[in-house]
Design a binder for this molecule. Structure first.
Ligand code: PLP
Length: 397
């Protein structure tokens, strides 16, 4: 019989010559079940998506109800739809007290970044946009222009003009933001650079510099947001509210969706001159929005201090292991460095043999991520940590 990896090669386009290749037949809670009946603990939540585990009952129920009501009825922004209203209302309820009061729903994180970039150009009438070295914002031309490292971009040049990159968390770089700058796009916690939180003081300084010069601060919380760090929004830890908040991944509870959120005043820039200047057929799809409303409602019920405390105890346990070089992040969003890429590969395979799914970063070859569902049970997490530490014991120095 062909393996799943063979099938990917023959019938489906592949993104890498070395896919994990597991054939998954079922997923529930923190567990994935393979075709051979093996159960695997998902320590990466499908890369930051399944924050409430797989197939959460409230999300399934919302999807069943929506499928009976209606699927797609019209392109985004023409008809009023209850699922979109519900998703927007719950999301905005997490942003009360800020001027983030209008949501534009799209289909993915990348698309939300594109929308945010266009919004910044329209609001400011400027073209210059800064990303940050180490940032990853998606694979379309605009989002890729914002992203690094250069070896991932060079094959696709030329990219968007007037997009530049600030060095990570360096105060002296703030001077490069001027009255020509439309926006600075920053991951509050860089995800694929190895889970690197932007220091609070730097985030505050960025916000102040942007405000002083009339540039927009766009925070990409596609990966780090919506509970992952132990805060509903990662920016809450620093008390810095962005001009535009960009969300995706976990937002749909397993359904594809992205969103950018801004003030009503700013968002008005997308509805005229030209009208229909930013449009999407499936953005705000009723199924995705029904799932998003359910996800956000359940997220609000979670005690996120438990997520923060669990993160601290995992960090301490990992830090104490002789194979571990560095541990970063917090909550259920932890990056761990080993000596080098070979050690990480060894670990991922050793962990897989023990029934744990681990995964690499896009641009930190010596690191791996730990991002289990936020609602994983303490006993499950304890067992997963014990297996992970045993797998680390197997890694050669
Ligand atoms: C921080 C960040 N921004 C943007 C994206 C792109 O999102 P998507 O893959 O849903 O288009 C990702 C995806 O990994 C991400 O981690």
């Amino acid at each position: 019989m062909k393996s799943a990896a063979d099938f990917l090669d023959r019938g489906l386009a592949m993104t890498t010559p070395h896919p994990l290749g597991e054939r998954i037949v079922k997923a529930e809670g923190c567990w994935l079940e393979t075709a051979s009946g093996e159960r695997l603990f998902d320590l990466v939540s499908g890369i930051g998506v399944s924050n409430l585990g797989h197939g959460h009952p409230a999300i399934r129920e919302a999807l069943h109800a929506q499928v009976d009501q209606h699927l797609h009825v019209m392109v985004y922004g023409e008809y009023a739809q209850a699922a979109q209203d519900r998703a927007a209302q719950v999301l905005l309820s997490t942003l009360e007290g800020t001027d983030l009061e209008a949501v534009y729903f799209v289909n993915s994180g990348t698309e939300a970044i594109e929308g945010a970039m266009k919004l910044a150009r329209r609001v400011t009438g400027r073209t210059e946009i800064f990303g940050v070295i180490g940032g990853y914002h998606g694979a379309t031309f605009g989002a890729l222009s914002l992203s690094t490292p250069s070896h991932r971009r060079n094959a696709f040049l030329p990219l968007l003009p007037d997009v530049h990159h600030l060095r990570f968390a360096e105060e002296s770089e703030l001077e490069r933001i001027t009255e020509k700058t439309a926006a600075v796009v920053v991951e509050t916690v860089q995800g694929d650079a190895g889970i690197r939180p932007v220091p609070e003081a730097h985030l505050k300084a960025l916000k102040a510099r942007c405000r002083e010069l009339g540039a927009l601060l766009i925070l990409d919380e596609i990966q780090c947001g919506l509970g992952r760090t132990g805060h509903v929004h990662a920016f809450e830890a620093a008390g810095v509210v962005p001009d535009v908040l960009v969300l995706g991944k976990a937002l749909g509870g397993g359904m594809p969706i992205g969103a950018f959120v801004a003030s009503v005043d700013h968002m008005k820039a997308l509805r005229e001159a030209p009208k229909l200047g930013h449009i999407t057929t499936f953005g705000g799809h009723p199924m995705a929005c029904a799932a998003a409303a359910a996800y956000l409602t359940e997220l609000k019920k979670l005690d996120l201090s438990v997520v923060r405390a669990q993160g601290e105890s995992w960090k301490a346990a990992l830090d104490a292991h002789p194979r571990v070089v560095e541990v970063r992040g917090g909550g259920h969003f932890i990056g761990v460095d080993l000596e080098g890429p070979e050690q990480v590969a060894e670990l991922v395979h050793a962990a897989r043999r023990k029934g744990l799914i681990l995964f690499w970063f896009l641009s930190r070859p010596q690191g791996f991520r730990i991002a289990p569902p936020l609602n994983a049970q303490p006993a499950e997490l304890e067992a997963a940590l014990a297996h992970l530490l045993e797998a680390l014991d197997e890694v050669k120095g």
